[in-house]
Design a protein around this ligand. Structure first.
Ligand code: NAP
Length: 230
């Protein structure tokens, strides 16, 4: 689990641990990560998703400790606060910064973990997307998301959605399932706690997708009450 030291990631780890699943707390900051792991009584591994060496080191540690990985939750994500998030005034550097974590970080971690995921009997990969990544909702003037034109963040989650589909297709003939989760608008540090849902509520869909049985979907974009339009 990436970005598990706080927010929705912490709640996903807590809920998985409640089910008796070992939830390894991946976090880039050792102090924050270890503190969260201690609170949950779960193991910690250092993992900065923007650093391929850190992802490889985490994979090596997981291999030595467990030999396989049943669940990968790519939860770590950032946004960059801008007074004006419109694309015409958003520099490529801002896109790059957000994509580094939300897009490239997911690829880095997933590829580092792939040999371990293949070792598990039926691994599940959950990518924390957002309703703001939905192209269909973004372009619908009647959608509540129409006004929220955060070009860098929103497009990073659209890219993540396609990456989810790409991995699901590659792994179609294996027991591994890959899905994108929309947690809804949850009060966390990401949005200065303006969300109207709790982090625990946001975590529920990820937990469901992390524990899907064999007839569950792959390559889907899901929230609590069903699919999100792409
Ligand atoms: P949050 O409280 O800000 O937590 C984000 C987590 O990601 C933190 O643990 C953070 O670690 C970690 N992180 C950031 N960059 C990282 C990196 N390079 N390597 C490893 N970890 C990194 O935000 P959240 O709301 O729980 O967000 C979790 C996920 O849900 C994100 O992908 C977000 O886009 C998505 N999401 C959130 C909402 C919402 O309403 N909150 C809605 C839709 C989607 P540090 O503590 O070290 O910064």
């Amino acid at each position: 689990m990436t970005g598990a030291n706080k927010g929705i990631g912490f709640e996903i780890a807590r809920l998985l641990a409640e089910r008796g699943i070992t939830a390894v707390i991946g976090a880039r900051d050792e102090e924050r990560g270890r503190a969260a792991a201690e609170r949950l009584g779960q193991p910690y591994v250092r993992l900065d998703v923007t650093d391929p060496a850190s992802a490889q080191a985490a994979a090596k540690w997981l291999e030595e400790e467990y030999g396989a990985l049943d669940i990968l939750v790519n939860n770590a994500g950032i946004t960059v606060w801008q007074d004006d998030p419109r694309p015409s005034v958003t520099g490529a550097e801002t896109f790059r910064q957000v994509y580094e974590t939300n897009v490239f970080g997911v690829v880095t971690v997933t590829n580092a973990m792939m040999p371990l995921l293949r070792e598990a009997p039926a691994a599940r990969i959950v990518n924390m997307s957002s309703e703001l990544g939905s192209l269909a909702l973004a372009i619908d003037p009647d959608s509540p998301f129409w006004p929220h034109n955060y070009a860098a963040y929103n497009s990073s989650k659209s890219a993540l959605n396609m990456i989810t589909v790409a991995y699901a297709k590659e792994l179609w003939d294996t027991p591994i399932k890959v899905n994108a989760a929309n947690p809804g608008y949850c009060a966390t540090d990401l949005n200065a706690h303006t969300g109207f849902r709790t982090a625990e509520q946001g975590a529920a869909i990820a937990v469901r997708l992390a524990t899907l049985d064999a007839d569950g979907p792959s390559g889907a974009y899901l929230q609590d009450d069903g699919t999100v339009p792409w």
